[in-house]
Design a protein around this ligand. Structure first.
Ligand SMILES: [Zn+2]
Length: 134
């Protein structure tokens, strides 16, 4: 398993072209067919609602999907982010996990990495006592 900080952003591919052959984003086990094997799916994105009659839509070349976390603090200014997925053609981020155990670890890893980045941002935001003109 690669270090948490090197796992993000996750490569999710083009949601319009994917034959169903996913892997668990946490442990990497193959999830070949969601009909014959339970799967947990995290979905995020947008649908281009181009069928007003049926009030429906789908992925589109006009959509670019993303999923990220942001931290902001006003004073002292600090900001940090964790990009989980970016530039997803079609606009729909779909992440697959093999079990609730992997789901729990996945979110735990996200929080751990996000906390690390927030701590770095907060440390960098601290005033430098040597540059204080008083
Ligand atoms: Zn797994």
């Amino acid at each position: 398993m690669e270090p948490v900080r090197e796992r993000f952003p996750i490569s999710v591919g083009d949601c319009r072209e994917r034959e169903f052959a996913a892997t668990c984003v946490q442990c990497g086990v193959a999830i070949p067919d969601k009909v014959d094997q339970p799967v947990i799916q995290i979905n995020c994105g947008a649908l281009l609602m181009d069928n007003a009659e049926r009030s429906s839509g789908g992925p589109s070349d006009m959509l670019d999907g993303f999923l990220d976390l942001w931290f902001h603090q006003g004073r002292p200014h600090a900001a940090s982010s964790l990009v989980l997925a970016e530039h997803v053609p079609g606009g729909q981020v779909q992440l697959y996990l093999c079990s609730t155990r992997c789901l729990s670890r996945f979110f735990g890893d996200i929080v751990t990495e996000f906390e690390r980045r927030i701590a770095t941002a907060m440390n960098e935001a601290q005033p430098n006592p040597q540059s204080d003109p008083r």
